[in-house]
Design a protein around this ligand. Sequence first.
Ligand code: SF4
Length: 359
Amino acid sequence: MPSTACDIAELELHELEAALGALGQPAFRARQLYRWVYRRGLADFAGMTDLGVPLREDLAGRFRIGTPEVVRKDVSIDGTTKFLLRLADGKLIESVFIPDTPSMTFCISTQVGCAMACGFCLTGKMGLVRNLTAGEIAGQVRVLAAATDMLDHPFNIVLMGMGEPLHNYDNTMKALRMLHSEHGLAVSPRRVTISTVGIVPGLERLGREPLMPNLAVSLHATTDEQRTALVPPNRKYPLAAILEACRRFPLKKRNRITFEYVMLEGVNDSPDDARRLVRLLAGIKAKVNLIPLNPAPGIPYERPSDERVARFAQILADKHLTVSVRKSRGRDIRAACGQLIVEGGTKKSAAQQMALLMK
Ligand code: SF4
């Protein structure tokens, strides 16, 4: 059973100041605690040596520091490391450390499972189990940064792990504020990318955030029919509505929206698809990231040939779109895009069980 003590990992700095203030502690105590938890990676009070022993004991009696527990670590031949993390209620999630992309990058989950059910994604087969709390989202970064010796180094965060961040909007944004605190890890929003299938009201809210991360929209198709088959939320938020929201999105100077496009052989990888994509993105400050599928058992699609991917990319480039082809990282440990699925979860859908049986 999770402890019922107040969890410091769920508090923004001003909330921690208020909680400690109610105990008669000055505001700087909260800043000290934040530094221990975020910059030093501590998960208990005993090691906080600049606090007196009686205070440490008092805090340990009232609070806890909820921290995901590393259950397993798989290291790919390319250095990508997939972490299986256990949450306080026993649920399991995955987070990935991707070195040298060229920056160090943490790929973080925002939900246990995902409700979006994208046809090429193993996580989508799990269904949504629950939202992660803000502390659990930020906690993945604390744990991965400590485990990879990155607490004192700059890193990027991509919210591209399990889940749809804009489907868990409030907790995701609270986690980003906690990670941004100058007394914590001081992660600049410029180093954070939110990836979404295009939940239009969420995009509109995001456009009003004071801390504005980079935006990546998972497009994956160029007609509504094709996209609805691959990304079912397209029924509610079709291409025209998403692209209109993107046109209105208040980008900072020199920023662009990244459009992710998973390439599936014979489905969305033709020259006609490429030409339609060019037309769809007209008037948007865009760059396109092509992601040749990482095939997996239970996923009914194939990866196109390198030649087909290159031809698609060339059509975009000829029309002056910035285009990159994502190098697959961690495929040998199933840490690549769309391959995150928890194998020891407490609840599995029929589809998830099938995917696991076919591994
Ligand atoms: S691709 Fe992303 S949004 Fe789609 S099902 Fe997988 S985790 Fe969810």
